[in-house]
Design a protein around this ligand. Structure first.
Ligand code: UDP
Ligand code: MG
Length: 158
């Protein structure tokens, strides 16, 4: 049975906020057919940032990355859809933006490794942990999206 309710976390990073790319980035996910079920602007506290980037907290670039991620608020979003974790990673492109595939968000909109406009969860397990790290269950919404009839085939809608 397919799961159109898989969820993933996306952050719009400070470089995108400064460069006026919020709408463009949200639009990419909307046009793909994904459902936005949570969205908020927030400042990343030290503890949250350390937890979120625990896998790179001992890297030499972490200090600079933390400063960058705290330089403006970020937009945290939870997107829902069928195999959405993988779909969103593909939409975002690889970490090093100047080598990211043309057509992807990073490939089209960024040049840097650190300032690569978006964060996206990299596995189903991490997506679940990250969505609950950034959102209370009450801040995640459930609603019908009429376009699902056209975004997915009947058997894919589950
Ligand atoms: N990053 C960096 N230098 C590096 C590797 C990563 O500044 O050499 C930053 C970059 O902003 C990246 C984030 O750390 O998006 C998280 O790294 P990760 O390897 O998880 O990449 P992602 O999953 O974001 O593609
Ligand atoms: Mg990552």
């Amino acid at each position: 049975m397919s799961d159109v309710k898989e969820r993933t976390l996306v952050l719009i990073k400070p470089d995108a906020i400064q460069r006026g790319l919020m709408g463009e980035i949200i639009s990419r996910f909307e046009k793909k057919g994904l459902k936005l079920v949570g969205c908020k602007m927030m400042e990343l506290e030290e503890a949250l940032l350390r937890e979120h980037y625990a896998h790179i907290a001992d890297k030499p670039f972490f200090g600079g990355l933390a400063k960058f991620m705290q330089s403006t608020p970020v937009v945290a979003m939870c997107w829902e859809g069928l195999e959405v974790v993988n779909a969103v990673r593909l939409l975002c492109g690889i970490t090093k933006a100047r080598e990211a595939e043309a057509g992807s968000i990073r490939g089209d909109l960024a040049m840097s490794v650190a300032c690569n406009v978006v964060h996206a969860s990299d596995s189903i397990e991490n997506a679940e942990a990250e969505v609950s790290r950034f959102f209370k269950e009450d801040d995640l919404h459930s609603y019908d999206k009429s376009e699902y009839m056209h975004v997915y085939a009947e058997d894919e809608r589950g």
